[in-house]
Write a protein that binds this ligand. Structure first.
Ligand SMILES: [Zn+2]
Length: 211
């Protein structure tokens, strides 16, 4: 009888993906062992796809030197095939064990830049707003129709606020855990998250501290 491993977010799978990892479907893919060192991979109509060597597949052969991705995450083929070959094959295992750790780390490392850039941009907008306000105040004294000047000033304040809002909205999308995509918040510096070494949001298992 061929051995089959199913991967997905549903707890019926052999490899249960973190429920918070939303890009993985409930039943995402299955791997079938069809012979000694011979495997097939089948996509189970997942939303974000299964990729072998960068091609989205329905079903194809899987070998140890393939590059395998579920949605946008690369899978550690060795761990995966080790699992299908193992004696306690029926035991469910944690998804993070078959995820390429370097993949999580690479995504996590990008957050440092995102955080630094956010702080820079925020300062720039605030400072820019401050400078222009001073300028406007000077102009205000020269304009006889004060109503107009106030209009300009209000418009400008709204503009600064809008820029900050846009920046914050984008930050909420970018400064997120690479697995569960939950926002790390405005106040937690990258350093803290790095030191902590894990996500800790909801039931997310993502780790980036491998020591
Ligand atoms: Zn997370």
């Amino acid at each position: 009888m061929p051995r089959i491993i199913k991967i997905g977010r549903s707890n019926k799978n052999t490899i249960i993906v973190d429920i918070e990892h939303r890009k993985i479907s409930r039943e995402h893919a299955e791997i079938i062992k069809i012979g000694e060192e011979e495997y097939l991979i089948k996509d189970l109509n997942s939303t974000h796809g299964t990729f072998v060597n960068d091609n989205r597949i329905k079903q194809t052969q899987l070998t140890k030197d393939c590059k395998l991705q579920l949605a946008d995450f690369e899978i550690d083929i060795d761990s995966l095939l080790l699992k299908i070959d193992s004696v306690d094959f029926n035991k469910q295992i944690e998804y993070t064990k078959i995820l390429k750790q370097k993949e999580i780390l690479a995504k996590f490392d990008k957050l440092e830049n995102i955080y630094e850039q956010y702080k820079k941009d925020k300062r720039k907008i605030e400072r820019g707003g401050g400078l222009k306000k001073t300028g406007l105040r000077a102009v205000l004294a020269l304009i006889p129709f004060i109503g107009n000047a106030i209009g300009i000033m209000l418009g400008h304040t709204i503009d600064v606020r809008k820029q900050l809002d846009d920046l914050n909205e984008q930050f909420k999308i970018d400064y997120v855990c690479p697995i569960c995509y939950k926002f790390f918040g405005f106040i937690e510096p990258f350093e803290n998250i790095k030191k902590r070494g894990y996500c800790g949001r909801g039931r997310c298992n993502a780790k980036w501290n491998t020591h």
